[in-house]
Ligand binder design. Structure first.
Ligand SMILES: Nc1ncnc2c1ncn2[C@@H]1O[C@H](COP(=O)(O)OP(=O)(O)OP(=O)(O)O)[C@@H](O)[C@H]1O
Length: 317
């Protein structure tokens, strides 16, 4: 079990991370979700042991990880980090890159392992291609395969699919995260991608300005968003007074997602005017004006600009 407790961390004067703690069981997947610059990569680098943590501690199976000041080679041997600037050798082939991380003692065994790794990242046909001739997304897949070569106990992935097209990304994510579960490899991913965090992780750690904003299962996080920052990770969201959508008299404001609102045949307190319609494939996202404030809701078909309509809650928020 990995146990991370960061009281504070700074590169120089400015504190980058403050009061961030979590633990991770074998085979568990934690996604770190946060806006750009909030400290996601820094957190991964601290866990991996590239940065020294003065205020806090990181334990793995009761052993305290000492960080770069005490280790001869930075980075823990049972962990692998796939950083944003991936470390692959440009003038060797894909297969040679993967082979460089295997034992070299049993040629047949290594060959089989290389085939298996290439299959996991769907790079079989690039086996003999020089890495320098690959696209950004292909290099990212080689870096992933290389990190898996020695079956680490913990894999740290910094924006692992950022260069990979949507078509391949979905399949590849399913394949890699299923592979990690099968092998009981724990995984921490830094991501901006809410879909990835919701679909694949066991826990989500949401950061805001380097501090823990929320921590819990994807279901817990989604059902408990209460601020615009938190909701912002899950698409358009509306911050509405509770009294507008219920009979309750309350000054409390709550987050309502577009799919939680629908058109009402009867008059309601939410009288809006349609401004724009965005086609989303399965539905339309309607942008509307409510007393000078922008509000979003989903509808099965487009609506005319300036059309007035009433909205109600389509499910309990
Ligand atoms: N080596 C460094 N020295 C000083 N400051 C740094 C260093 N690396 C990062 N920072 C600063 O620390 C803060 C957090 O950076 P970090 O890269 O951890 O954010 P991030 O959440 O991973 O961002 P992104 O999503 O854009 O990759 C930023 O303000 C950044 O400028």
């Amino acid at each position: 079990m990995l146990k991370v407790e960061i009281d504070s961390f700074a590169y120089s004067e400015k504190t980058i991370l403050k009061n961030v703690s979590f633990s991770l069981k074998p085979g568990e997947h934690l996604s770190i979700l946060g806006e750009s610059g909030c400290g996601k990569s820094t957190l991964l680098h601290l866990v991996y042991g590239l940065l020294h943590l003065e205020n806090g501690s990181i334990f793995y199976n009761e052993k305290k990880l000492l960080g770069p000041t005490k280790a001869l080679i930075p980075g823990e041997p049972f962990m692998k980090l796939v950083a944003q600037e991936f470390n692959i050798m440009p003038f060797t082939t894909v297969a040679e890159n993967l082979g460089s991380h295997l034992s070299g003692l049993d040629e047949e065994k290594d060959k089989k392992r290389i085939e298996q790794l290439l299959e996991v990242v769907e790079m079989e046909s690039f086996k003999n291609t020089l890495v320098k001739n690959l696209s950004g997304g292909q290099k990212q897949r080689v870096a992933l395969a290389k990190a898996l070569a020695n079956e680490p106990e913990i894999l740290l992935l910094d924006e692992p699919f950022s260069n990979i097209d949507v078509f391949r990304k979905n399949k590849l994510r399913r394949k890699i995260f299923n592979y990690l579960k099968e092998k009981n490899i724990s995984c921490i991913t830094a991501t901006h991608d809410n879909d990835e965090a919701l679909s694949f992780s066991d826990q989500i750690l949401m950061l805001k300005n380097g501090s823990k904003e929320m921590l819990g299962t994807p279901q817990f996080i989604y059902e408990n968003v209460s601020t615009e920052y938190q909701a912002g990770f899950f698409g358009e969201a509306n911050l509405l007074s509770k009294s507008l959508i219920s009979s309750e008299v309350s000054s409390e404001e709550i987050i309502i997602f577009p799919h939680q609102l629908k058109i009402s045949e009867e008059k309601t307190k939410l009288e809006v005017t349609v401004k724009k319609c965005y086609f989303k494939g399965s539905h339309y996202l309607i942008e509307a004006d409510f007393k000078g404030k922008i509000l979003f809701f989903n509808n099965a078909f487009p609506l005319k600009k300036d059309e007035p309509c009433y909205l109600k809650i389509s499910e309990t928020p």
